[in-house]
Design a protein around this ligand. Structure first.
Ligand code: WAQ
Ligand code: MG
Length: 259
């Protein structure tokens, strides 16, 4: 049996009472890893570069094994740019390449940039019109109940590409779950951790990293999912929030396409 372990932390009270989002995390772990997982989530919430959490919610729920689906990791590519503005221009091109209309890509980026502070979840935006589709306002939709299927092969896979940090590990798992939804065409994301300037565009074919996509020191980050027009939004939200997903990394020797 696997257990979903979720953490969300805020400063100046709970999120629902207007507290500022500090940190969140979600895992699917075996019973004997629950204690260690919650301890490391607490440590993370209390030692975060965004601020000092005074509200932490940790939720543990058993997951029915029959409900779990497997999805593959997306191949990783990196596009280095000289500064964050050209990083954003390159990210817009990647979104258009993924089938998002130019206007929707620009409106998605603009909505992310116009946030006064980071949300704890993601915005759902129409991939054709750029219109916001969810009603989650400043909260956003939080993707949950996902993890890597095999920690050791994932670590080896990342080490071969000289990627080791927690941001990339978690983002790859989240993007793999999100892009496995038929309704999601592409994702744009960068971190709200002030010191982490790398962001990415994920599509059905790949996960393209942009090492400079925001100014160093900015606490403003976010996520936008670009959604096919006429999608069933409630069904998509229920998949993102509730459907348990394990992500599989390619085995050693498997080729990855860095296009
Ligand atoms: N579901 C939906 N949105 C989320 C989730 C989630 N589980 N977790 C975070 N977000 C949103 C939320 O608006 C955060 O403010 C924002 O994303 C950034 O979250 O090197 O670390 O956890 O390849 O700070 C990307 C690049 C790192 C990784 C992203 O995001 C790489 C990152 P953070
Ligand atoms: Mg963060």
């Amino acid at each position: 049996m696997l257990y979903s372990v979720k953490m969300r932390a805020a400063e100046n009270g709970a999120h629902e009472n207007g507290g500022r989002h500090i940190s969140g995390a979600e895992r699917l772990v075996d019973f004997d890893k629950i204690t260690a997982t919650t301890a490391s989530m607490l440590a993370r919430a209390f030692n975060h570069s965004r601020g000092r959490a005074d509200f932490i919610n940790i939720k543990v729920e058993a997951i029915q094994p029959k409900d779990i689906i497997s999805v593959p990791l997306l191949p990783i590519a990196t596009q280095t740019t000289t500064d964050y503005l050209s990083g954003r221009t390159a990210a817009l091109s990647a979104l258009v390449q993924a089938g998002v209309s130019r206007i929707a890509a620009e409106l998605g980026l603009a909505q992310l940039l116009s946030l006064s502070d980071s949300m704890r979840g993601a915005m759902l935006i129409c991939a054709t019109t750029g219109q916001r589709l969810d009603c989650a306002a400043d909260r956003g939709i939080r993707v949950s109940r996902m993890d890597i299927a095999d920690e050791i092969s994932f670590s080896r896979y990342l080490a071969r590409q000289e990627l080791t940090n927690i941001h990339v590990r978690e983002a790859l798992v989240l993007a793999a779950k999100a892009l496995a939804a038929p309704e999601i065409k592409a994702e744009l994301c960068w971190s709200d951790d002030p010191e982490y300037t790398t962001g990415y565009v994920a599509s059905k074919n790949n996960y393209i990293r942009f090492p400079h996509i925001k100014p160093y020191g900015s606490p403003l980050g976010g996520r936008v999912f670009f959604v096919e027009p006429n999608s069933d939004i409630e069904k998509l939200i229920s998949y993102l929030e509730e459907h348990p997903v394990l992500v599989t990394a390619p085995a050693e020797g498997d080729k990855q396409c860095n296009s």
